[in-house]
Write a new protein. Structure first.
Length: 95
């Protein structure tokens, strides 16, 4: 978790293809799941006042949109939402 990670996390939205953005806006389930997993990496950033727990809130919104039908795909994300330690999140994601 160093400067290279931080710059990749900050720049990944600029790499999204227009089709990916469109599918997420249309609430296409697989696009939302992938977006939520990308947001986990935002949670790993150091405390930055303008980011705060934004990723956690957005993951919660995505989980709410997808509902229980997608619970198996969202299982890890649901655990991440309740974690406050970056080390715990990294262990879960790599485990």
């Amino acid at each position: 978790m160093g400067p290279g990670h931080y710059s990749r996390v900050f720049s990944w939205p600029s790499l999204l293809l227009a089709d990916s953005v469109m599918l997420a806006k249309q609430k296409y389930p697989i696009a939302l799941v992938l977006l939520a997993y990308c947001l986990v990496f935002v949670e790993l950033l150091p405390d930055i006042w303008w980011i705060g727990r934004m990723a956690n809130r957005e993951i919660q919104v995505i989980v709410g949109i997808l509902g229980s039908r997608w619970s198996s795909a969202l299982e890890i994300l649901m655990k991440v939402m309740h974690m406050t330690s970056r080390e715990e999140i990294v262990t879960l994601m790599l485990g």
